[in-house]
Every structure is written in structure tokens, then in C-alpha cells.
Design a binder for this molecule. Structure first.
Ligand code: PMT
Length: 403
């Protein structure tokens, strides 16, 4: 399923009989790549249960402004900021009147005032109510404030009347918001490294690190969702394979280096999430090392820096690195951004109980020439999506500049 840059849609359901159709509307919107969260008025809950919308949207449904549990999760101001679209379907005459008057006496009308999102209304009401001058004036007020009005249409009404006031069909509403579009990374070839490397000491032991591959695999999944053709070069992990065009399993940094350098010509975007060993044992023992000696010294030699080499190619792809640091995270990441000549770098604090290696969650500070964005602690799945959208923005900008 494709995701889009402006894909966060808050669906407001007010108390019209066509509220039941909004269940199908959620499905149609999700098919078009929207992440949908639903807010219902009290009147709407008399017609259809919040649980139905929860099941179809995959998110808890908000119905009240002062709900301590819901507010502790994502409070209403955060919800208003989260939304890129606020679609109200059905929009009743009463709701439109309250909106036009700037009243904020429930959660939905409060969100209308608190959000910067594009507001769209799909009115639905009895034909007399629709034709009433008060409704028509409210409609014009809302339109003048920038609301997009979708419908209504003429037809049979639930009350037995025939005339204007029937809500547009869910598919028509979804199409008006956004027709099925080409995903933003359609045709873009991505080469991505993930997971740890293992540097053999002898046939049974290795030098490794704590990378689980979660961050990289989450990113691979999102980039595939965004339409990219992803080649994943992965160190050893326990994770199921994402839907990539090619999965290259490697063990050592040298193998990862060879796998990546052999595939850079067919690559528009390179993302290095792998935790590559900087050093490897100079001469791995041919046989298992015995514990005869009281002390043992290892001589290590440098591994090639895959990311730096890709960025230094004559025609480099758009290159995104990671930086795993235990201190001075941002400064070290900015150094890597410039010294390796990267387009972007995603820095994370490692070595703490929360985030970084192994954990299900992580937080990133994303840096690029002239910009930065903090992505706070969240699941790696969600974080990957946030990061991917930033990558898409920067990638498109660079392409727009070079064409
Ligand atoms: O796999 P998880 O358990 O989910 O953990 C995720 C993660 C912490 C591994 C990930 O978020 C992360 O930070 N990955 C980069 C780890 C790392 O090696 O960082 P670094 O600062 O040492 O390296 C900088 C960059 O150079 C990285 O993009 C790395 O892939 C790359 N590199 C490093 C050394 C080398 N020889 N070749 C490289 O390409």
C-alpha cells in the first residue's frame, strides 16, 4: 500500500444518518495511502459505535474533549497538529453552523479551530435543511475560510424526501481528496544496508555488535511501501525478509562492502543503517583458539568505510548515513555528514536503556546541509516512516534542483 507525504487524515464524523457510510470511507481512504484517525461527535455515537471505526481505522477513536485516558496518549492539540487533512463526513447542518460561528463546544469543533490542516466537508442533511438560508450562509462562510466542500448530491433521502442533501458516496469523497496516485518513490532504486556484521576471530568466534536489524528492516519495509525497488544488504538477523527485490545476506564487513560496491551503478538512493565493524581481526585463526595462554592480544585492522566510499563515487546516489553515538551525538553526526560528504545523516544515542541498538523504539536527530529535524522516541516502525518521508522530501528537492 502506498504512503504519501501528506497522508495524515483526521476524519470527523457528525450525527447524520449517513455516518454508517463513513466506515467504508475509512477503507477507501486507507486504500489511497492515508493514515486515518477518527473523531466522532456524541450524536454520531448514537448512530454507530466508535468500536466499528476503531476496527476499520486501526486506531482508538476519540469522542470527548476531556477524556483523561485519550488526552494522556495524544492530546487534542497534538491531534490537531498531527492532521494534514481534516475531513468531516457527514457534516450536519448543526456542525456546519457551529463551525461557521467559531464555536468549540466539543472535541471535533475544537479541533476545527486548533488545526492548520486542510478542512474538507461532505455535507449530509435533509433537503430543506440544506436549502435553508442559514445553512447556505454558513456554507459560504466556511468556503471563504478555505474549507473544501464535497457534495452534497440530489437523490433519495433517508427521511423519504428527494432532493439535494445526500452525502457523496465514500469512493467519490476519497477520490476528491486524492485520486489513487503514483507512490512517491515509484521507480526509485534503493540500496540499503542493515543489521550487524560479524568479524571472525576463529572458526567459532566473532567480533560483533548489538544491532538487531530492526531499524534497517523497518526502513526497508517503508521504502517498499513508498514504491521504491529496494535491494537490502543485510548482516545476520532473526527478522522476516521485507518485500524487497533482492535480499543479499552477508556476514562480514568485507562481504557487505563487496555486495554494496557491486550494486551502486543501479542505485538512486543509498541508506546505510548497518552497524558495520570498523575493525576486523588481522589474521583470524584457522582453528579454534585454545585457552592455554594467560593473556591474549588481538591485532585489528581497519575495514573499508562503505558509506564514505559510496558517497565519494563520481556519480554518487543520494546518500543517507546513520550515526550511532554514546556522547556528543549531534556534533559527531554533523562531522560525519561533512567528512563523508553525505546528503543526510540520522543520528541516534546508543548505549542507553531506551532506544538505539536492539530496542523496539528509537529516536533520531536528522541532519542535512542547512537543516535538522528531531524525531522523538517512538517505535522503529513509526520512526522509519517519519525518516522515509524526510528522505523523500530531500531526495525530491535535490532532483528538482538538478533537472
Ligand atoms: O539494528 P537495530 O538494533 O535496530 O539498531 C539500529 C542502529 C542503532 C544499528 C541504527 O540506528 C544505527 O545507528 N546504525 C548505524 C550504526 C553505525 O555503525 O554507526 P557509525 O556511527 O559507527 O557509522 C556511521 C555510518 O557509517 C553508518 O551509516 C554505518 O552504516 C556506516 N559505516 C560505518 C563503518 C563502515 N566500515 N562502513 C559503513 O558504511
Amino acid at each position: 500500500m502506498s504512503q504519501h507525504l501528506d497522508s495524515r487524515l483526521l476524519l470527523g464524523v457528525s450525527g447524520g444518518i449517513s455516518a454508517y457510510k463513513s466506515v467504508d470511507l475509512v477503507r477507501r481512504l486507507k486504500e489511497r495511502g492515508f493514515e486515518v484517525r477518527v473523531v466522532m461527535t456524541q450524536a454520531a455515537t448514537a448512530l454507530i459505535t466508535p468500536l466499528t471505526f476503531q476496527a476499520v481505522s486501526g486506531h482508538p477513536v476519540r469522542t470527548r474533549l476531556f477524556d483523561p485516558v485519550a488526552e494522556a496518549g495524544m492530546d487534542h492539540i497534538e491531534l490537531a497538529r498531527w492532521a494534514e487533512w481534516l475531513l468531516i463526513a457527514p457534516a450536519t447542518a448543526d456542525l456546519m453552523a457551529r463551525m461557521a460561528a467559531g464555536i468549540a463546544d466539543d472535541l471535533l469543533t475544537t479541533l476545527v479551530l486548533a488545526t492548520d490542516a486542510q478542512v474538507c466537508l461532505a455535507p449530509a442533511m435533509n433537503q430543506h435543511m440544506w436549502r435553508h438560508p442559514a445553512t447556505q450562509e454558513n456554507l459560504e462562510t466556511l468556503r471563504a475560510r478555505g474549507a473544501r466542500i464535497l457534495g452534497p448530491i440530489d437523490g433519495d433521502q433517508a427521511c423519504g424526501d428527494v432532493g439535494p442533501g445526500r452525502m457523496l458516496e465514500p469512493i467519490e469523497i476519497a477520490e476528491s481528496i486524492r485520486p489513487r496516485a503514483e507512490p512517491p518513490l515509484a521507480g526509485v532504486r534503493v540500496l540499503l544496508t542493515a543489521g550487524p556484521t560479524r568479524e571472525p576471530l576463529d572458526p567459532v568466534r566473532y567480533l560483533g555488535n548489538r544491532s538487531s536489524g530492526r531499524m534497517g528492516y523497518a526502513l526497508a519495509n517503508v521504502l517498499c511501501d513508498l514504491g521504491a525497488q529496494v535491494i537490502l544488504v543485510s548482516g545476520p538477523t532473526e527478522l522476516p525478509a521485507p518485500p524487497v527485490v533482492e535480499l543479499v545476506s552477508v556476514e562480514t564487513a568485507a562481504e557487505m562492502h563487496a555486495a554494496v560496491m557491486g550494486r551502486t551503478t543501479a542505485c538512486d538512493l543509498f541508506v546505510a543503517t548497518a552497524a558495520v565493524a570498523d575493525y576486523r581481526p588481522a589474521s583470524p585463526a584457522a582453528h579454534k583458539i585454545k585457552k592455554d595462554a594467560a593473556e591474549l592480544s588481538l591485532r585489528l585492522i581497519r575495514n573499508p568505510d562503505i558509506l564514505a566510499q559510496v558517497a565519494a563515487l563520481p556519480n554518487p546516489p543520494f546518500t543517507v548515513g546513520f550515526a550511532a553515538e554514546t556522547r556528543e551525538v549531534e556534533r559527531a553526526a554533523r562531522d560525519k555528514l561533512t567528512s563523508k560528504g553525505l546528503d543526510m545523516i540520522a543520528a541516534n544515542q546508543v548505549g542507553e536503556p531506551l532506544g538505539g541498538f536492539e530496542s523496539e523504539d528509537n529516536a533520531l536527530t536528522v541532519l542535512w546541509d542547512g537543516g535538522r529535524r528531531d524525531l522523538p522516541m517512538m517505535t522503529k516502525t513509526r520512526l522509519a516512516r517519519e525518516l522515509a518521508l524526510l528522505i523523500v522530501e530531500r531526495y525530491r528537492e535535490r532532483h528538482a534542483a538538478s533537472t
